[in-house]
Design a protein around this ligand. Structure first.
Ligand code: AP5
Ligand code: ZN
Length: 213
């Protein structure tokens, strides 16, 4: 099963993708996580990506597409995967579709986690992440006892540099201009589904499981 997670920055794509990955035994592939890993390790890719991410802009397709195609070609993706943060533009979706077509495959579900812009800033400003293992917390909604320490690996939690309010505003603009058209793209492929992302995390997850079966 191949699943694409759609939704605004901070809608809860990552939170849900982790749960789906556990339940269905599929790899969770987040292009944002891949870029952050490269930034942390000071790779050439990381240096290039950081320039765009810190400003709330998209990393150019030339950099992003090949990374994603390499990743989905790995052995652990043979049974499927959950894409979180890819595609972000119509050209990214087209390249993926073309690559899958050559294998006689396609995306099975594009699940849009719908959250209005008003709720997004609150989600983002309360988010804390573990740079070691990638776990996500929220100071109000998810694990208030965390107090800056990761439950899973005891790493120190940080606030992502792109979660500052001004950058979040820019990311939302970019989302509406470049990513939202993907809803129509996947609707026309008959794989588009929506869930109400303002519900509690577990309810959102239940709704997604009903869709995936
Ligand atoms: P990326 O890492 O993909 O960020 P994003 O899409 O902006 O999404 P987020 O990770 O911010 O949010 P999310 O929807 O996963 O929400 P989360 O589950 O954490 O990308 C970052 C940057 O990398 C981009 O801006 C771009 O520059 C670059 N990039 C990445 N992919 C790219 C691509 N394909 N092309 C070009 N550039 C690319 O939840 C948010 C918070 O809310 C958390 O604190 C969580 O605990 C809380 N929460 C979650 N669900 C709920 C709920 N139901 N109720 C209450 N709180 C909740
Ligand atoms: Zn951790």
């Amino acid at each position: 099963m191949k699943i694409v997670m759609l939704g605004a920055p901070g809608a809860g794509k990552g939170t849900q993708a982790i749960k789906i990955a556990e339940k269905y035994g599929l790899p969770h592939i987040s292009t944002g996580d891949i870029f952050r890993y490269n930034i942390k390790n000071n790779t050439e890719l990381g240096l290039k990506a950081k320039e765009y991410m810190d400003k709330g802009q998209l990393v150019p397709d030339e950099l992003t597409v090949s990374i994603l195609l390499d990743r989905v070609a790995k052995d652990d993706c043979a049974k499927g995967y959950i894409l979180d943060g890819y595609p972000r533009t119509i050209p990214q979706a087209e390249v993926l579709e073309e690559a899958l077509k050559k294998l006689g495959e396609n995306i099975d579900f594009a699940v849009n986690v719908v959250v209005p812009d008003e709720n997004i800033i609150e989600r983002m400003s309360g988010r804390r992440t573990c740079p070691n293992c990638g776990e996500t917390y929220h100071i109000i909604y998810n694990n208030t006892k965390a107090e800056g320490i990761c439950d899973k690996c005891s790493g120190d939690l940080i606030q992502r540099p792109d979660d500052m309010p001004e950058t979040v505003k820019k990311r939302l603009e970019v989302y509406h201009a470049q990513t939202k058209p993907l809803e129509e793209f996947y609707r026309s492929r008959n794989v588009y589904k929506e869930v109400d992302g303002t519900k509690a995390m577990n309810e959102v997850f239940e709704d997604i499981c009903k869709i995936l079966g």
